[in-house]
Design a binder for this molecule. Structure first.
Ligand SMILES: NC(=O)c1ccc[n+]([C@@H]2O[C@H](COP(=O)([O-])OP(=O)(O)OC[C@H]3O[C@@H](n4cnc5c(N)ncnc54)[C@H](O)[C@@H]3O)[C@@H](O)[C@H]2O)c1
Ligand SMILES: [Zn+2]
Ligand SMILES: [Zn+2]
Length: 393
């Protein structure tokens, strides 16, 4: 089959690789019809390159049609339409039963000290072949795939794999009081969707900051109050002005570790290109690098006693955090990979009739899988108005 494979920094290709096969009795093979490129995939061709291996199949936002089921699969049959969550979670362990699917105890990567495996996401998360491919082997066929109705185009259900539960969890973790205020940093797919979910769930005042003109315009067209700057001083002054001088009740960081405004991040990114992987693996896990511009803005902007919710992904173990300020402002901080299945029962009904969240028109680009290298580049460079790119195998 054809699949998007990792070859190095800023280097993905479309290669022919072996078709996946049923390996465990509860496996299913899904023929992929739509598969997304995520902001998290950009980390893999940038700061997380030391954790990748040439030939790894990328992608963790797949949906499609079940073509083959293992002998132990009772809940799905060939022909069923499914969305595949990015967490590989069993659905039956203690963590899954708490709604913490990103910490699934059946797929946790204990040797690496990391949580549940993810499709297409580094040695730290199981090195499982991803979903930017014609076919995908999906384990836990009775509990993991999300069965969705036939009828509407893929775009209606597609975002259940990652963007919707991530944005939903980001808003839930932000604990915005009814009618309260929230600032969303970053208007990529995650931040944009978080503004929509926050409005839907009853936030009174939704503000956002980013600098990419198309992203700013798109959120404004949705009624979001957007500052088209990201410098900390500007953002903090702007939100205070709009919140009686206090700052918003909550801030959602939908940026992550490649925030612009982090000078040392650029150094770390350059270093991953020239320092041997074995060394950079350690460096990226344990050494502090200041690539926390967005998080620092969140800490400065949130009101005293407010909540910060991190959807953006961070690396490093000793990034300096302004702990004194966080303590003094009595900030609450929540974060983590989205627990996809935790939120599916809340979100799926919203997709069944009216398009409340605007998912049908959320993608800016639909391109053939064969054009993945160009599509990655367009998304990475934020060119051509690219906010969300769906690949079509
Ligand atoms: N927690 C999860 O489960 C989960 C799931 C998906 C994605 N993510 C993470 O969420 C983050 C966003 O993902 P995305 O797909 O929307 O990515 P993206 O790269 O398209 O979006 C990031 C946006 O942040 C903006 N930005 C950069 N620096 C900024 C700053 N200092 N202040 C405000 N905005 C700034 C950029 O211009 C860009 O529009 C990434 O870190 C990604 O890894 C997490
Ligand atoms: Zn993702
Ligand atoms: Zn589990």
């Amino acid at each position: 089959m054809r699949a998007v494979t990792w070859h190095g920094r800023d280097d993905v290709r479309v290669d022919t690789v072996p078709d996946p096969t049923i390996q465990d009795p509860t496996d299913v093979i899904v023929e992929i019809t739509s598969t997304g490129i995520c902001g998290s995939d950009l980390h893999l061709i940038d700061v997380l390159t030391p954790f990748m291996t040439v030939g790894d199949v990328m992608g963790h936002e797949p949906m499609g049609v079940v073509r083959e089921v293992g002998p132990g699969v009772t809940e799905l049959k060939a022909g069923d339409r499914v969305v595949v969550p990015f967490n590989i979670s069993c659905g039956t362990c203690w963590m899954c039963n708490q709604g913490l699917q990103s910490q699934c105890e059946t797929t946790q990567n204990r040797e690496q000290g990391f949580g549940a495996s993810l499709f297409g996401y580094t040695k730290l998360y199981g090195q499982v072949p991803g979903g930017q491919a014609e076919y995908l082997r999906v384990p836990f066929g009775n509990t993991l795939p999300i069965k969705v109705p036939d009828g509407p185009a893929d775009d209606r259900f597609f975002y259940l794999s990652d963007v919707l539960p991530t944005a939903w969890q980001g808003v839930q973790y932000a604990a915005v009081p009814p009618g309260g205020s929230v600032l969303v940093l970053g208007l990529g797919p995650i931040g944009d969707m978080a503004t929509r979910v926050a409005k839907h769930l009853g936030a009174g005042q939704v503000m956002a900051a980013d600098t990419v003109p198309e992203r700013v315009a798109r959120a404004r067209a949705n009624g979001i109050d957007v500052l088209d700057r990201t410098a900390q001083a500007d953002v903090v002054a702007w939100v205070r002005d709009k919140t009686d001088g206090r700052g918003p009740d909550a801030v959602i960081d939908a940026v992550g570790m490649e925030a612009h405004g982090s000078p040392a991040a650029k150094l770390a990114q350059k270093a991953t290109a020239i320092v041997p992987d074995a060394i950079m693996e350690k460096v990226m896990q344990v050494v502090g690098v200041d690539r926390m511009a967005a998080l620092n803005t969140a800490i400065a902007a949130v009101r005293r006693g407010g909540t910060i919710s991190l959807s953006g992904v961070y690396g490093g173990a000793t990034d300096p955090m302004p702990l004194m300020t966080m303590f003094d402002k009595q900030i609450q901080l929540r974060m983590g990979q989205a627990n996809v299945w935790r939120w599916v029962p809340d979100i799926l009904p919203l997709l069944e009739d009216e398009d409340f969240l605007g998912v049908d028109s959320f993608a800016t680009h639909h391109v053939p899988l064969e054009q993945a290298p160009e599509a990655y580049e367009t998304f990475r460079q934020k060119q051509d108005g690219a906010v969300k790119v769906l690949l079509k195998p």
